[in-house]
Design a protein around this ligand. Structure first.
Ligand code: CDP
Length: 236
């Protein structure tokens, strides 16, 4: 029997991953961060490129998707239970820190636009649900492409400035105007790439519940989703 699915989509730094993790913990579901698999494939492409003398964007442009995905399999890229949830592992080690590097962030949108890469990621996400796991999955196309029949779909947004401010605070540095401007521009560029690409662009599913978190604190946004999920998954 397939597991239940809560799909949370939205732009970068809208708080999807942290919200999805907290919702999953509250409901006893597993959290699957699809972005960490796209970041994992990007990290593999960069490492494979470096081995062949290609750096950064050149690695992504010059390696074929087949070579990148074969290397991802050989290096054991997977979402693995770490006790509290599922995290990306590479070469047998948790890869979280490496996945958040500036190099991976700068190249991930290009890798995520490759159709066979998307199929590779989607196959792994669907297999976990088919195995009966109840999940909260966050990404860009979860409610539209990966799980169009999800039990609950949320589209999470926040103003560009609020998102940029959160991203900077996450790094533990001061939120001063010049950082805010630079981060707002970097997020806008990634939003644009994600929303205008041909395959699985970022957009809300017609049946998604929209949640603007610009003026919400974290516990409020988690409660909003949990309150909608309970009657669906745990009817009285
Ligand atoms: O944490 P942040 O929102 O910045 O990004 P992420 O969720 O880690 O995803 C990184 C990148 O992967 C995004 O900018 C998208 O290009 C891509 N992605 C995607 O195309 N589809 C998904 N379902 C998830 C991520």
């Amino acid at each position: 029997m397939s597991g239940g699915v809560i799909a949370i989509d939205g732009p970068s730094a809208s708080g999807k991953s942290s919200t999805a993790r907290a919702v999953a913990e509250t409901l006893g579901f597993a959290h699957l961060d699809s972005g960490s698999l796209y970041r994992g494939v990007t990290l593999v492409a960069l490492r494979e490129g470096a081995r062949r003398g290609l750096r950064g964007a050149a690695a992504v442009a010059d390696l074929s998707p087949e070579v990148i995905l074969r290397s991802a399999e050989d290096r054991g890229l997977m979402l693995q239970s770490d006790g509290a949830g599922f995290a990306a592992y590479l070469e047998g080690e948790p890869a979280e820190d490496a996945l958040r590097s500036a190099d991976v962030t700068a190249n991930v949108s290009a890798v995520a636009a490759i159709p066979v890469v998307r199929e590779w990621v989607n196959t792994r996400l669907r297999a976990m649900v088919r195995a009966g796991q109840d999940v909260v999955v966050d990404g860009r196309d979860i409610g539209t492409v990966v799980f169009p029949d999800a039990d609950l779909k949320i589209f999470l947004t926040a103003s560009p400035e609020a998102r940029a401010g959160r991203r900077i605070s996450q790094r533990g540095i001061a939120v001063v105007p010049e950082h805010l401007d630079a981060e707002t521009q970097a997020l806008a560029a990634r939003d644009h790439a994600d929303s205008t690409r041909e395959v699985a662009p970022l957009r809300a599913a017609p049946d998604a519940v929209h949640l603007d978190t610009t003026r919400m604190d974290f516990s409020e946004q988690v409660r909003f989703i949990v309150d909608r999920a309970r009657p669906i998954f745990f009817p009285e």
